[in-house]
Design a protein around this ligand. Sequence first.
Ligand code: CS2
Length: 487
Amino acid sequence: MTRLSSLQDVPGGVATPAYDRDAHGTGIVHLGLGAFHKAHQAVYTDDALKAEGGDWRIVAVSLRSAGAVEELRPQNGMFTVISAGAEGTSARVIGSIATALAHAHGDDAAVRAALADPATRIVTITVTEKGYGIDRATGGADPSHPAIAHDLDHPDAPTGLAGLLVQALAARRAAGTPPFTVLSCDNLPGNGELTRGLILDFANRTDPDLRDWIASEVAFPSSMVDRITPAPGDDLSGKVREILGCEDYAAIETETFSQWVIEDRFPTGRPAWEAGGALFVEDVAPYEKMKLRMLNGTHSMLAYAGFLSGKRHVRDVMQDPALAALVRRHLRAAARTLDPLEGIDLGAYAEDLARRFENPNLAHETYQIAMDGTEKLPQRIFAPAVDALSAGHDIRPFSFATAAWMRYCLGHRDDGSTHTLRDPREDEIAARIAGANDADAIVVALFGLPNLVPDALRQEGPLRKEVTEVLREMLSTSVAKVLAQEG
Ligand code: CS2
């Protein structure tokens, strides 16, 4: 069977880029070429190119692995996005990626050139929470993060996000090239401001003048991104073959829903992303807080509770009445921690989220969401828990979610099956809980992880008490029993 490499290969029923790909130059370097970028920013950029044209195609960079690049290159950067909703699926071929580069596999000079190129006016980022290397206590760079440590030692041969951006900005400044705008698209609160703090601190450690130039010249707008995109499953290539009639090794599957809210601060211009439905606002913070606490917070809760009770996919969680009740309880509790947001009905938003989680045509693994808990829980669970506690609201849903994460940290389920945590702090977690034989000791061990749980939650008080109680119950009976009682 042939492989997707030109638009002539695509059958009539599948949408293709409605613009001449070769007529548009590049204007964006994307760092973190994964399924989410392909399902989100690449699609909005495809829409913008169709609506208004411009030299806004993407140089997509994978920082560590080569797989995504090897999949895209023989296909001339093209790939299929399958959108799966409860009503069925549709397919579309995306043409906005012009070039794919594997930084750690021989393309470092090409990446450096793309970042220095005056044509590059925006750098978008999806490196996941753990990719930044931010010290959450100071807001600066974390020197114990492997990429930060390496890049501080080798500023001329950077491997990570901060090192690459600072090197590129220094080169542009030296060449008299205006800087690019840096647009974080990861699920972090105030992602623009956080990235700015990281970059300024990193620059300051090598060149304080450069730090000041970045502080005054570079824009770091924040953005809220949303589209549930599972890691591609084994059955995807078969599905694509059926729809396209050819092979597409770079295809991805995502949900129909998509949202992007962006602060409109792009001094050197931007694509017409509004053509794809992006919303430009003055302040993204309330949207980001809503999405992180309601969608992502509930996702993390259901991932731990669901995975531990043998639910492979989010849709299976939603089929279980007790778990589905816990999902709705968590959505309500998270909503209560938010200020009203003009034009948004939080009750309707919660219902929409529950329906998206139910999507029968999307195979989103609970184990995927459970990954990197120490990077996710602070903004998803702990921050709203602090607010609920100080407002005197019900904190039970947050205590429950925290206990479920702790139970997950033990690395085995009630049926005896074991799992690796897939968390950047997994060794530290394992060392701390080794020998912790009961709920009290596990809570002491995990609440003691530096820079993780806010003091308001760690201290003796209602949340700590509830977390210990729920965990004790899970250990003395079973997760399934506790779910049935709690839901
Ligand atoms: C999920 C997110 O894996 C996770 O942690 O909660 O990737 C989630 O699917 C996206 O943020 C949805 O926009």
